[in-house]
Design a protein around this ligand. Structure first.
Ligand code: NI
Ligand code: MN
Length: 228
């Protein structure tokens, strides 16, 4: 599976030939100024919760790509009012089997209001299963015991976890989360974008290394092939 980083918590992953884009927040991100949003393609856009740093560019990218948006019921209502038509409303515990495989919505411990203050429903994470491998995208979340369910439920090849602290768990807790989900290959997200979530990369990687795990910190714009 080919993973491309667009900064903050925004990644695309090619899953069984379909391009999934997670939490598009690019145009306001100074660190992602070299990303050409107009060049981004997507078949699906998955939105973990309503905060602006996860949804900012969703409408524009959905319009330009004709992608199907996957999100909470409440975000579905909000995006519908912005004119989007191809939206799959979901909620925690549900799954959808579609052309790339299976997407299951799982719990996240966070909050979710849309940029104009509208209630965004519960925040969530996504568990993706496909013929090309399985992965977990946690969204913004604290470390939570519910992650153990994910570890028991499926073999995960890799996972995206927040590591920036303050608004989400930091890298110390992410090491424990990796244990809970039984996954040794973690791609870090939600760090460095703002002053209060800046982290020491070497310290974070070291914490994973002593736990016999790997923390991958992609450069913005970088594409990496993740083997299953
Ligand atoms: Ni958030
Ligand atoms: Mn966030």
């Amino acid at each position: 599976m080919q993973v491309t980083y667009y900064g903050h918590s925004c990644f695309s992953v090619v899953v069984a030939g379909k391009k999934l884009l997670f939490d598009p927040f690019i145009s306001p991100n100074e660190l992602a100024r070299n990303i050409d949003i107009k060049a981004i393609r997507a078949d699906y856009i998955l939105i973990s919760h309503g905060h602006d740093d996860h949804i900012h560019d969703a409408v524009d990218i959905a319009n330009q790509t004709n992608a199907t948006v996957i999100c909470s019921y409440e975000i579905y209502l909000w995006l519908g009012k912005k004119g989007l038509k191809k939206i799959r409303p979901m909620n925690i515990g549900g799954h959808w089997i579609t052309d790339f495989g299976k997407v299951k919505c799982v719990s996240a411990v966070h909050s979710s209001a849309l940029p104009d203050g509208t209630y965004g429903g519960n925040p969530m994470g996504f568990l993706i299963e496909s013929s090309t491998g399985n992965f977990y995208y946690s969204g913004d979340t604290a470390l939570t015991y519910d992650m153990k369910l994910i570890g028991d439920y499926k073999n995960i090849d890799f996972a995206f976890l927040p590591i920036g602290n303050n608004f989400t768990m930091g890298f110390d807790n992410a090491v424990i989360a990796a244990d809970f989900i039984k996954c040794d290959k973690i791609i870090g997200m939600h760090y460095d974008t703002f002053d209060i979530i800046k982290i020491d990369h070497e310290e974070a990687k070291g914490k994973f290394k002593v736990a016999s795990k790997e923390l991958l910190l992609l450069k913005i714009g970088e594409t990496m092939e993740m083997k299953n």
